[in-house]
Design a protein around this ligand. Structure first.
Ligand code: FES
Ligand code: FE
Length: 411
């Protein structure tokens, strides 16, 4: 069924219903997308000190991400090499060594088995270290890959994103807030919703205080030429200023032209032009990195298949999407500020999180309404706007290409 559905997918149209509803296709998504590609797993400030860890669930696989004593980030399967017990049950924490709760096999922070009682003379500890998972720290964004051989083109994608991200120094930030929501919808509807701003003006009153809707996949068309001209003028003025400061801003759009698809662009913000807040002014007085100018717009970073981020002068807001089942998706939002910023003095969590808390709740309702709709017998794939939904098509065409590649290779 899956191969036939992939073969007949009509470009420019939303996907057929089974892609959003079928548990079999959900399993195929986990196998061919989430266990084969680089997945955004979290931000480095979630594990600031040696021994700090987070766990990330990718389908049946649990991945343990830990900072070792040399401050390197490492990822392991969260599975004991004795009889397979889950090692760390919590979503985050801190430990000296990794001790299995079952029979106390003990691993160091590099994954080496350093203690196992009653195993006899012939037992070789060195053959029972934790299984490694590939990890890359891209300027504070942590990506993992469960495949034996991860997509090699990630390195080149990372090299092109790095100059955009580096000035914000996410590695030197702390987590100010992290909020999980569950959307009762398929993960692809979450991503499709993220990859257009066609819905922004009518659904996101808080977000559209600061963002221009035209920045996210709009193409000039008969009905939007005037708004686009104003937006382009704001972009050109800001870009000249930012480039003079050494901040790259030009759009790189490689969402469906490579295996490790991504998009980066620094865009001006409206009104005060500083940050995605209710008055478009910075939410944190202490700026990131060496920044002195508050009006650095928003650097938007998108990676296939599961993340988007906004980097501003004062904070970074980061989103990861983790599929839970065909009809349930975890969206984890993390707000980071400078490590030395003081809550209550430099920022308040309420102000920092106000826009995206409201926006996430609105997006959740949109995704859930879409999920209900695609389950109807009346649903059939509908056309994407050529002027406002080109990046939704880029997401779907990337997904279909990668699923075709995966299912062909698996045959
Ligand atoms: Fe981990 Fe036995 S299963 S020590
Ligand atoms: Fe939205």
């Amino acid at each position: 069924m899956l191969s036939a559905l992939l073969a007949r997918r009509r470009p420019g149209y939303s996907l057929e219903a089974p892609f959003y509803l079928s548990e079999d296709i959900f399993e195929a998504d986990m196998e061919h997308i989430f266990r084969r590609h680089w997945i955004f797993a979290g931000v480095a400030p979630q594990v600031p000190e040696p021994g700090d860890y987070i766990t990330v669930e990718v389908g049946a696989d649990s991945v343990l991400i830990v900072r070792d004593d040399d401050m390197n980030l490492r990822a392991f399967h969260n599975v004991c090499r004795h009889r397979g017990s889950r090692l760390c049950q919590d979503h985050q924490g801190s430990l000296g060594n990794i001790v299995c709760p079952y029979h106390q096999w003990t691993y160091d922070l590099e994954g080496k088995l350093i203690h196992a009682d009653h195993m006899g003379e012939a037992f070789l500890r060195e053959q029972h270290g934790l299984k490694k998972v590939h990890l890359r720290n891209l300027e504070g964004l942590i990506f993992i890959c469960l495949a034996d051989e991860p997509p090699a083109d990630f390195e080149e994608a990372a090299a092109r994103m790095r100059p955009y991200l580096a000035p914000h120094r996410l590695d030197d930030c702390k987590v100010a807030a992290q909020i999980d929501i569950i959307e009762e919808g398929n993960w692809k509807l979450t991503l499709e919703n993220n990859r257009e701003c066609y819905h922004c003006m009518s659904n996101h009153p808080e977000l559209t205080i600061s963002i221009y809707e035209q920045g996210f996949g709009y193409q000039p068309g008969p009905q939007n030429a005037e708004g686009l001209a104003q937006f382009e003028h704001a972009v050109n003025e800001s870009r000249a200023r930012w480039e003079a400061m050494g901040l790259p801003s030009a759009r790189i759009e490689e969402l469906d032209t490579r295996v490790s698809g991504f998009r980066v662009q620094r865009l001006p913000l409206d009104r005060a032009g500083q940050s995605q807040t209710l008055n478009a002014e910075v939410a944190c007085k202490k700026l990131l990195g060496n920044f002195e100018d508050k009006a650095l717009g928003g650097l938007s970073v998108w990676t296939q298949p599961n993340s988007w981020h906004h980097f501003m002068s004062d904070h970074v807001v980061s989103f990861s999407t983790i599929p839970l089942s065909a009809g349930r998706t975890l969206v984890r939002t993390t707000w980071c500020v400078h490590r030395d910023a003081v809550e209550g003095v430099d920022y308040t969590v309420d102000n920092l999180t106000a826009v995206w808390n409201a926006t996430n709740a609105q997006d959740r309702r949109l995704v859930e309404a879409a999920q209900s709709g695609v389950a109807s017998s009346a649903y059939e794939p509908g056309p994407y706007s050529p002027y406002a939904e080109a990046l939704v098509e880029a997401f779907c065409s990337w997904y279909v290409d990668r699923m075709r590649a995966g299912t062909t290779a698996a045959r």
